[in-house]
Design a protein around this ligand. Structure first.
Ligand SMILES: Nc1ncnc2c1ncn2[C@@H]1O[C@H](COP(=O)(O)OP(=O)(O)OP(=O)(O)O)[C@@H](O)[C@H]1O
Length: 461
């Protein structure tokens, strides 16, 4: 990363609003006190966070770590003032928030770029919203673009960029406003492993150089290694029955951190224990660690071409045979090849409804409950399982985060295009649409090619 560019970004810019004085290391920038948050659901208020007390100080990187659904993103959005707390308070530099937090800028998992704007125009957006005049905006955007390694791409459109480069635009857009606190919501999880590693490394290099244009970072992640690699403090959220802070773990390892150091491994073990309530099993040499449901991504867990009807049919057939059956025998009885059953088998596995053991397909407890349920009771069971499937979760969460509850299909197509052919991407979207509709999580309008949050009255097409 060019240090020249780094220095350039630190060059003071005239700003319409007076900037607060630079916070000294240790000054409290963000503070949540007794924070609770509930969402309105069909059955009343759904509590998501309770009794959260958290301080974020200048000079530190804080990771919010927890399993899916523990309320990490909700907490981040409350700290950024994007959604109001249900009770309790959030303060920035001691002042309670009444709207968007002026001291934060956000980087999203799904980049959230405007496709009709160039890289430079996307980066300028944050400044435009803060009323910075056009010529200054352009200068600051170019500096942020250089800083983050996007020079040469200023006039490219998002669709011309790889996933890694798009996320760099996301970072440049947040950093250009030089926020006190950079908020990152799983910024690396939509990227392939190597791209994520590279971008993480560059950001840490910037942070360690002491010239990062923000005073603190809050990172939402479900990746323990990422949290221990980057953070000074890991705040572990528990999710039963709703999000609370289970424990805060200080990470005082020197930077750059060595993943192979015994101290690093010990910290991973400790965080794992706090997060899961059980010790991490030692890995057999040469054997990769089994992917935990929380580590699955859109790239690692593609949706098989199985409709809800097809996978339900298979689950019911296995249930009739006592919850376990030999796949080859089953295919024979149905007059099919084993290959014909594989999409449904993969789908049941992805949903946590069954697993393959030797030659047998074995229903899990959830799978048996799903197979035995009538249509109405099977829907919530299916919705719960489908929300753990990365693509369905991505669509649902993206819709929930949009004020109008709609997202164009092209947005997801573009994200999938980083990992799959357009035909594979299209097939996966068809499957996700079928699953999401059945689960009543979202609908899809074919005309405008638009996903919509399910509006519960069935009018979503
Ligand atoms: N706008 C919303 N309306 C209703 N429920 C919501 C909304 N946003 C989130 N939720 C629910 O609140 C709970 C916490 O969600 P949140 O996204 O904060 O968790 P998370 O820990 O960040 O999970 P993930 O890692 O899956 O993103 C989940 O059960 C989620 O389905």
């Amino acid at each position: 990363m060019a240090l020249k560019a780094l220095r350039a970004l630190r060059t003071p810019t005239a700003r319409p609003a007076a900037r607060p004085p630079r916070a000294a290391d240790g000054d409290v920038l963000l503070e949540a006190t007794g924070l609770t948050k509930s969402y309105a659901g069909a059955d009343g208020e759904l509590p998501v966070l309770a009794g959260i007390d958290l301080k974020v100080r200048a000079g530190e990187i804080v990771a919010l770590l927890g399993k899916s659904g523990s309320g990490k993103s909700t907490l981040l959005r409350c700290l950024a003032g994007l959604i109001p707390a249900s009770s309790g308070s959030v303060a920035y530099r001691g002042e309670p928030l009444t709207g968007a937090n002026p001291g934060t800028a956000m980087v999203f998992q799904t980049f959230a770029l405007l496709p009709w704007l160039t890289v430079r125009q996307n980066v300028e957006l944050g400044l435009e919203a803060r009323g910075v005049p056009a010529d200054e905006r352009a200068r600051a955007a170019v500096r942020a673009i250089d800083l983050i390694g996007l020079d040469g791409f200023e006039s490219a459109y998002p669709k011309e960029l790889s996933g890694g480069m798009r996320q760099r635009v996301g970072f440049a857009r947040a950093l250009v406003v030089e926020p006190d606190v950079l908020m990152m919501d799983e910024p690396f999880s939509a990227l392939d492993v190597l791209t994520a590693e590279n971008l993480r490394g560059e950001l840490m290099e910037l942070w360690e150089s002491g010239q990062f244009p923000t005073r603190a970072v809050v990172l939402v992640t479900h990746n323990i290694e990422e949290a221990v690699l980057m953070a000074d403090r890991v705040v572990v959220l528990g999710s039963r029955p709703y999000g609370t802070i289970r424990e805060t773990i200080e990470i005082s390892l020197e930077r750059p951190r060595d993943r192979n150091a015994p101290a690093f491994d010990e910290l991973i073990d400790r965080v794992y224990r706090v997060m899961t309530g059980r010790p991490r099993e030692s890995r057999l040499p040469g054997r990769p660690e089994a992917a935990e449901p929380d580590k699955r991504t859109v790239a690692t867990s593609p949706l098989p071409a199985a409709t809800v009807d097809g996978l339900s049919g298979l689950a019911e057939t296995v249930a009739h045979r006592g919850g376990r059956c030999d796949l080859a025998d089953l295919a024979d009885d149905l007059g099919l090849d084993v290959d014909d059953l594989l999409p449904q088998v993969d789908a049941l596995d992805l949903l946590g409804f069954a697993h393959v053991s030797g030659d047998d397909l074995v229903l899990t407890e959830e799978g048996a409950a799903f197979a035995g349920a009538d249509v109405q009771t099977s829907k919530p069971l299916f919705a719960r399982a489908a929300l753990e499937v990365p693509l369905v979760k991505l669509i649902t969460n993206s819709l929930r985060r949009r004020p109008d509850g709609t997202v164009r299909a092209g947005y997801f197509r573009d994200l999938l295009a980083h990992h799959f052919t357009s035909e594979q991407a299209e097939r996966q979207l068809e499957t996700a649409t079928d699953w999401g509709r059945y689960a009543e999580l979202f609908g899809y309008a074919a005309g405008p090619e638009e996903y919509r949050l399910d509006d519960a009255d069935g009018s979503a097409p």
